[in-house]
Design a protein around this ligand. Structure first.
Ligand code: NAI
Length: 332
């Protein structure tokens, strides 16, 4: 169907081949926050993607090493490094897709409010620059809390007069990637063939994997199995943080998810039809201004946001919880 999600496999990242007659448009992708964490593996995987002709690595500092390292890979993308605000204009200039993992980490003694203020400030200054230097780029917001950073970015773009709701995305692909992996493991099907829509938001109970719509269908999943799969998808970040035991959070799987989503954006921009991915976008399918659901991507970003489709009783329960909490908090 037109709303069918793409199975995400390595085909979308590295294995694509071109015939000599196939055109390869020039496409620039910028990573803001490229020096460590998610940024490094993201740079590596993007360098392998033949849709990209120019890869711009920007951070406050420390981009030269990552850029030199990644640039030695014999793939299409030309790698450029930028460090410090004075180089942001060049880093962004002409970008088709801008990916934002940039953040300030929590330091001892800082309250959550302090941290939120600093990080909201980073999102504000980066988005102000995007509005100035590449207002037509598709913005992929990875930086958490996506439920808040996306609305902040929207306000910055509105203030600058460049807001285009089709071009602002909260990246929720990691939840989709996790739901697919956990479902395939439980149902014992080939993971490459699995699709599971994940809707809602990108934190705790706002993440709602719709296992009742998963394909291939499974008739032997009990309600308890679905509850356990839903909980594991929601708690995926904690599972990684605990396993890393003080050495950080999900960076490798997030980089993979980030590249799957960026690839979908690029395919859409290149005019490939029927590219459908779940993403946290401006939406009218619930009373929340932004909501993750399936969206069709095209030359200018979002072309169509799909409704939730039929939900099981369990999923409807969570959808109601989500709506109730959204009324009291507006945005979680
Ligand atoms: P990190 O702390 O390892 O890296 C952040 C990078 O941002 C650093 O290199 C830092 O120098 C840079 N940075 C800070 N201020 C900057 C500025 N003004 N301009 C440019 N760069 C700046 O963090 P990590 O592990 O890469 O995570 C990044 C974010 O991604 C976090 O907010 C994390 O919660 C989020 N995340 C999102 C997921 C999702 O599914 N959307 C999943 C996993 C993590």
């Amino acid at each position: 169907s037109r709303a069918a999600l793409r199975p995400c496999t390595s085909r979308h990242l590295v294995g694509r081949s071109y015939s000599s007659t196939e055109s390869r448009p020039e496409r620039k992708v910028a990573i803001l926050g490229a020096a460590v964490g998610i940024g490094q593996p993201l740079a590596l995987l993007l360098k392998l993607n033949p849709l990209i002709s120019s890869l711009s690595l920007y951070d406050k500092a420390n981009t030269p090493g990552v850029a030199a390292d990644v640039s030695h890979i014999n793939s299409r993308a030309q790698v450029a490094r930028y460090a410090g605000e004075e180089q942001l204009v060049e880093a962004l200039d002409g970008s088709d897709v801008v990916i934002i993992p940039a953040r300030f980490p929590r330091k001892p003694g800082m309250t959550r409010d302090d941290l939120f203020k600093i990080n909201a400030g980073i999102v504000k200054s980066l988005c102000t620059a995007i509005a100035k230097y590449c207002p037509n780029a598709l913005v992929n917001m990875i930086r958490n809390p996506v439920n808040s950073t996306v609305p902040i970015a929207a306000e910055v773009f509105k203030k600058a007069g460049t807001f285009d709701e089709r071009k602002l995305f909260g990246v929720t692909t990691l939840d989709v990637v996790r739901a697919k992996t956990f479902y395939a493991g439980k149902v014992k099907v080939l993971v490459a063939e699995v699709n599971v829509p994940v809707v809602g938001g990108r934190a705790g109970i706002t993440i709602l994997p719709i296992f009742s719509q998963a394909s291939p269908k499974s008739s032997n999943l009990s309600d308890d199995d679905i509850k356990a799969l839903t909980k594991r998808t929601r708690d995926g970040g904690t599972e990684v943080v605990e396993a890393k035991a003080g050495m950080g959070s999900a960076t490798l799987s997030m980089a993979y998810a980030g590249v799957v989503f960026a690839d979908a954006c690029l395919e859409g921009v290149n005019g490939v039809p029927d590219i459908v991915e779940c993403s946290f976008v401006q939406s009218s399918i619930t009373d929340l201004p932004f909501f993750a659901s399936k969206a069709r991507l095209g030359k200018n970003g979002v072309e169509e946001v799909f409704g939730l489709g039929p939900l099981s009783d369990y999923e409807q329960h969570y959808n109601r919880v989500l709506k109730a909490s959204s009324r009291s908090l507006k945005l979680l």
